[in-house]
Design a protein around this ligand. Structure first.
Ligand code: B3K
Ligand code: ZN
Length: 864
């Protein structure tokens, strides 16, 4: 297969001034008629995309074309000759009930829904399926009235009525120009949750969330989040909602989280439905941020869209940045930043330092579905954050205002985006653009130069940057790195925070002499997405943990200490030695205790300080290494912390118990539960009866899913008698709640079962395992590959084999989900040689099985 290349971009040779679709819905044979008013803007044939659909007829200006007048290939409809201005009518058929790819029009739980981004519209009817072809859509839906009482599409409903044969219809009109990837259609029986929002100009917008019958109360938190997001976007970016209504629909079968279709967002029900009994605090948090994310796309994505899919980060990076800022505003900036950076390190750094590394704006792809990556989303968001750090708050806002003003109604590029900030600030964006073009995580080394006189005083901080080679990019140039830093003494900061904008490979900055011992807090707030290599000593890091006014770096200092310990432990364990207690470990535990007992810090922050770096971070730093040694190093560190702080952890655990008896999903209450769970998890690392009895009690008395699941996970780690019966009881209690059953599958998939892979295989064979449902498959196969270190990486290769089988099995039905699962192999070069050989064999087997383009692209790039 030949890749699509950014360098080959050419504008489409037609404009579509009007687009009408007429859907006659039938699960097995849906008929789609289109009417397109075409105007030629360039030479060449008319080429339309179409995939897995049947063409019935083509007409130009009312005349049906003979078979010899058009060409039909696997995925194109080509008309060599057309007038310059004409009306095109096409009729086609598709089979939504047989569509297991969940792209295009499909059926979920007896309801019709669509997913068109990136290239799903071509599975609905023949059309130029590319984001730079924008048009005004009018959509008529006609369906059986009893089975499909609700008929929805984008925009405003302009007509509805009954037709013969028990059918009815609705006509929807979206006045805003949009590409077809933002098209949506939904039909079925739903319950409705309604509210409204009054915009900054005083328009009252009805808000409607459509869910499966009975689920309406579970949409309350999503509604509340939506209203807060709408108000925030007005405040923070001056963005007002534009249509007359805003709708969200929840569906159970969905390839990813959610989709920002104009005026009609479609959500995976796992990111929309929540209540205390069935959802964890993490679920609530994700719902808040994804509801906001999709809503924010209305301006960053819909009003201004992407010229081509290489510009995906234009909408995704900016929108992730916006949702992160929203969450920071709602839940506390430091805690939010820490969580975002943890995720960035575990996922994006792993991607950027492995075989799948690609620039934030890639230059070629086989399947664009494979590029909805942590790099495009999360690193893309980091670039916007750096832009803001560099230009300052006011210039950043000025630039974004120019962007919304200048490019509204267009399909834009990264260059056009940056030009707005250039206009606002007068700064040259040339070097900043490298961040979009160069893959790989820059290494930033910081060294203090000390004067030879006593007392030892640093006057100069030297920074050096290097970006290692990535596939296809051997040489890297220096990037612009905004570095926030500050000197910190025994009693707090000795100077104002500084911003150094580094533009060269190395730079020195000096600061006044201080006569007291001090440390340098570098990259405050994580001001750039780089890997920091610092010469900070244990004493420096302990000082920063206690005194850095930047809460992020207080946390970061603890992480750096822990990371060093974990790397040492992992290497020792791999060599068959027991890790040794050492002064650094004692200092680390002591500093954790100080933070834990300091009343000025909030509980959510303390929970994060007590969480050590992810195994992924340690694996990357210690590579190549036995992943089980990394896993055990983590357990070993937890145990050391728990031994040192046992009493404090127990006191805190008890103090964090809820005394109100009323569940609230807010940040404060969630922070208490997070700290409580963290204490329980640490205590359980001692494998003593205390933790087991705490967990058992918590499980028996839990009144919310956060506590219930935390207890279940703790028991499942402890093993022993209670696990099997608890797992069975949990299953029996929740078997009718699919979102909770997903949690059960994921806990099961991560257990270190006594009979190894057989237990996992059995799970995949239980009747409640739905092989066509992405949430269920992600719970089992994703949970296993990302969360079951011992069984996935077992040296007999059984884990890798099972995983590859599951990927291939899924690929036969749903290539985009299968390809995403396969991402679990991206770290294979970081493993020890024996495991590398095992994974390589599985990758070869996958490639030899002639998989879908999606899986082939990931397998081949991973294989290298
Ligand atoms: N834009 C969609 C993602 C579509 C993924 C297509 N493979 C959701 C989002 O980022 O908001
Ligand atoms: Zn998005």
């Amino acid at each position: 297969p030949t890749p699509t290349r950014l360098a080959d971009y050419t504008p489409y040779n037609f404009e579509i001034s009007e687009t009408r679709f007429d859907f006659r819905l039938d699960p097995k044979a849906t008929r789609v008629r289109s009417l397109l008013k075409m105007k030629r803007t360039g030479p060449g044939p008319l080429v339309l995309d179409g995939e897995a659909i049947d063409l019935v007829s083509v007409e130009i200006d009312g005349r049906q074309l003979k078979r010899s007048e058009y060409r039909l290939t696997q995925d194109k409809l080509i008309l060599e000759e057309t007038p310059d201005v004409f009306t095109l009518n096409i009729e086609s058929k598709c089979n939504p009930s047989a569509n297991t790819t969940l792209m295009g029009l499909y059926v979920s739980g007896g309801r019709f829904c669509t997913q068109c981004e990136a290239e799903g519209f071509r599975r609905i009817t023949y059309f130029p399926d590319r984001p730079d072809v924008m048009s005004v859509f009018t959509v008529l839906i006609d369906a059986d009235k009893t089975a499909y009482p609700t008929l929805l599409a984008n925009g405003n409903k302009i007509e509805e009525g009954d037709i013969d044969g028990g059918r009815h219809y609705a006509v929807w009109h979206d006045p805003f120009l949009k590409p077809c990837y933002l098209f949506a259609l939904v039909a079925g029986e739903f319950d409705l949750l309604e509210d409204s929002f009054t915009t900054m100009s005083g328009r009252s917008i009805p808000l409607e969330i459509f869910v499966d019958p009975g689920d309406a109360p579970k949409a309350a938190y999503a509604m509340d989040s939506l209203i807060r997001a709408m108000a925030w976007d007005e405040r923070a970016f001056g963005r007002e909602y534009d249509l007359d209504r805003f709708m969200i629909v929840a569906v159970r079968d969905f390839n990813f989280g959610a989709m920002e279709n104009k005026g009609l967002n479609i959500f995976n029900s796992s990111l929309l439905l929540a209540d205390a009994e069935t959802a964890t605090d993490m679920n609530f948090e994700r719902i808040e941020s994804v509801v906001a994310h999709e809503y924010f796309h209305n301006w960053t994505g819909n009003r201004i869209t992407c010229r081509d899919w290489f510009q995906l980060c234009l909408k995704e990076g900016f929108t992730v940045f916006r949702d992160q800022e929203f969450s920071a505003d709602q839940r506390g900036a430091a805690v939010q930043r820490i969580k975002d950076v943890r995720a960035l390190r575990a996922r994006q750094f792993a991607e950027d330092n492995g075989p799948l590394a690609h620039p934030v704006r890639p230059t070629e792809y086989l399947k664009i579905d494979n590029f909805y990556t942590a790099t495009i989303y999360e690193k893309g968001a980091e670039l916007i954050r750096m832009l803001k750090a560099w230009l300052g708050e006011d210039m950043f806002r000025k630039g974004s205002d120019i962007y919304f003003d200048r490019l509204d109604g267009t399909a834009a590029t990264i260059e056009q985006f940056l030009a707005c900030f250039e206009t606002a600030s007068g700064e040259d964006m040339g070097q900043f653009m490298r961040w979009y073009e160069q893959a790989g995580t820059p290494r930033l080394t910081v060294r203090r130069r000390r004067t030879p006189t006593k007392p030892v005083i640093s006057q100069v901080v030297s920074f050096k940057q290097v970006t290692p080679p990535t596939p296809g990019q051997p040489k890297k140039a220096a990037v612009l790195i905004p570095i926030r830093w500050q000197a910190i003494g025994e009693n707090g900061p000795l100077m104002e925070p500084q911003l150094t904008v580094m533009t060269t490979k190395s730079t020195d900055v000096s600061y006044p002499r201080f006569d007291e011992p001090h440390s340098i807090s570098v990259l405050q707030g994580f001001s750039a997405p780089v890997i920091l290599n610092s010469d900070a000593t244990t004493a420096d890091l302990v000082r920063l943990m206690g005194n850095d006014p930047d809460a992020f770096n207080r946390w970061e200092a603890g992480q750096t200490l822990a990371r060093r310990l974990l790397v040492d432990f992992a290497k020792a364990l791999e060599a068959g030695k027991m890790p040794k207690t050492n002064p650094a470990l004692r200092d680390y535990c002591k500093a954790l205790g100080t933070t834990l007992n300091d009343p000025q810090f909030d509980n959510a922050f303390k929970a994060l300080v007590l969480t050590s770096p992810s195994s992924m971070e340690v694996l990357m730093e210690a590579a190549p290494i036995d992943p089980i040694a990394v896993h055990e190093a983590g357990q070993w560190l937890s145990r050391a912390v728990a031994d040192a702080l046992r009493d404090d952890l127990l006191v805190t655990y008890k103090a964090m118990r809820d005394k109100t008896g009323v569940f609230s999903p807010d940040a404060e209450a969630a922070g208490r539960r997070a700290l409580k769970s963290r204490c329980l998890a640490l205590l359980s690392a001692r494998f003593d009866p205390l933790a087991a009895s705490l967990a058992s009690n918590q499980l028996d008395n839990a009144t919310n899913m956060t506590d219930e699941l935390a207890a279940l996970i703790t028991l499942s780690r402890l093993g022993g008698q209670r696990v099997e019966s608890s797992m069975e009881a949990f299953f029996a209690k929740w078997k009718d709640q699919p979102l909770v059953l997903d949690k059960w599958f994921s806990v099961q998939s991560m257990r270190d079962h006594a009979d190894g892979i057989h237990a996992i295989t059995r799970l995949a064979e239980t009747p409640s395992y739905e092989r066509n449902n992405p949430n269920r498959v992600r719970a089992l196969v994703g949970g296993f590959s990302m969360g079951n270190t011992k069984l996935f990486h077992k040296l007999d290769g059984s884990g890798y084999r099972f995983f590859a089988d599951q990927v291939l099995d899924m690929d036969s039905r749903n290539p985009s989900v299968a390809a995403r699962l396969l991402g679990a192999f991206e770290i294979w070069r970081k493993l020890d040689p024996r495991r590398q050989a095992l994974v390589q064999a599985e990758l070869d087997r996958i490639i030899a099985a002639k998989p879908s383009k999606n899986v082939l692209e990931i397998a081949e790039r991973t294989r290298g």
